[in-house]
Design a binder for this molecule. Structure first.
Ligand SMILES: [Fe+2]
Ligand SMILES: [Fe+2]
Length: 311
């Protein structure tokens, strides 16, 4: 039987299940709660305490997942009875699940869910003053760093784009592209994936070349799909470029949204791969990256970090 992942934070206790929930334990899938039943708070909490990050759903029941994720998003954005932390957990779970589904199976349906998740994440952050800080404060599992990074970049890049007053349709594409910009990374050989946790300034020329391939792979996964716009494809292809011409595609000019994505990507890559705080990272970042991004953009970025309580 084939399975697809579903983040545990999207599932609520005492909710009637429209699919079977499995967990992956000791190299096998075990049914933890079945369709039509509910999951007790105790049973759910037990998994959270054991740091289980995801359930698995049989692929043949996957048709019920989009409605389920849609409802979780609506609850995160509109429900009146829940706190900011639960909203962040829900939207994070939906966004992470969407990224994983896009990475395994880049269909129009999974793309549409990713787009909705990106909008949901923006909404939760816009309506809840401490939500971005909460998102950044959460420690991801080691195996989850790329997904955590993608969510961080989506949150930061869209805040920065709003500051720059970029058009709404551009910000929507930017938010969606940010969530899936690194889906090509997991397709690299293991030793090249490890470069993700190193700052680009410490990579050897050979590592840089091999690691840089993931931008093309990410874009290729999506190219020629009728539902992917050229803007999204180029945002993804150029996300490791800066104005120095030293990126994988040797670009020296970027559109404002491409520069936003690239800057937030470079900043967050440093952040997730060290134990330093955002303000410590920013100290070195602003020195190292002068000349690689427009000064005004770096200053705007500093304002966003201050506004969101990260500096
Ligand atoms: Fe990347
Ligand atoms: Fe990235």
């Amino acid at each position: 039987m084939d399975f697809v992942p579903l983040r545990i934070t999207t599932v609520k206790a005492e909710q009637s299940l429209t699919f079977d929930l499995y967990i992956y334990f000791k190299d096998q899938y075990l049914c933890y709660a079945s369709k039509g039943n509910t999951l007790s708070d105790d049973k759910l909490q037990k998994l959270i305490n054991q740091k289980v990050a995801a359930f698995f759903i049989p692929s043949k029941q996957v048709d019920n997942v989009p409605i389920f994720l849609d409802n979780a998003l609506k609850e995160a954005v509109y429900s009146e009875g829940i706190g900011m932390e639960d909203r962040v957990d829900l939207v994070e779970g939906v966004a992470a699940t969407s990224i994983e589904h896009m990475s395994d199976n880049p269909t129009e349906e999974n793309f549409s869910m990713t787009r909705k998740a990106a909008t949901g994440l923006r909404e939760v952050i816009r309506k809840n003053p401490h939500a971005l800080k909460r998102l950044f404060g959460k420690k991801g599992h080691e195996s989850d760093l790329i997904i955590k990074h993608s969510l961080n970049v989506c949150a930061l890049a869209t805040r920065l784009a709003e500051h720059l007053k970029l058009p709404e349709d551009v910000i929507e594409d930017l938010a969606t592209a940010a969530l899936i910009h690194d889906i090509g990374l997991t397709k690299l050989p293991e030793e090249d994936i490890e470069c993700f946790e190193k700052d680009k300034d410490v990579l050897t020329p050979d590592e840089k070349l091999r690691y840089g391939q993931h931008t093309k792979i990410s874009a290729e996964i999506l190219s020629e799909k009728p539902f992917i716009t050229k803007r999204i494809e180029e945002l993804i292809l150029y996300h490791e470029e800066d104005l120095s011409g030293m990126g994988p595609q040797k670009m020296i000019k970027l559109s404002p949204e491409q520069e936003c994505l690239s800057l937030c990507n470079a900043f967050d890559k440093r952040l997730v791969s060290t134990n330093q705080s955002p303000s410590e990272i920013y100290q070195s970042f602003q020195i190292d990256y002068i000349g690689r991004y427009n000064l005004e953009l770096i200053q705007r970025f500093e304002l966003v970090l201050k506004e969101e309580g990260l500096l």
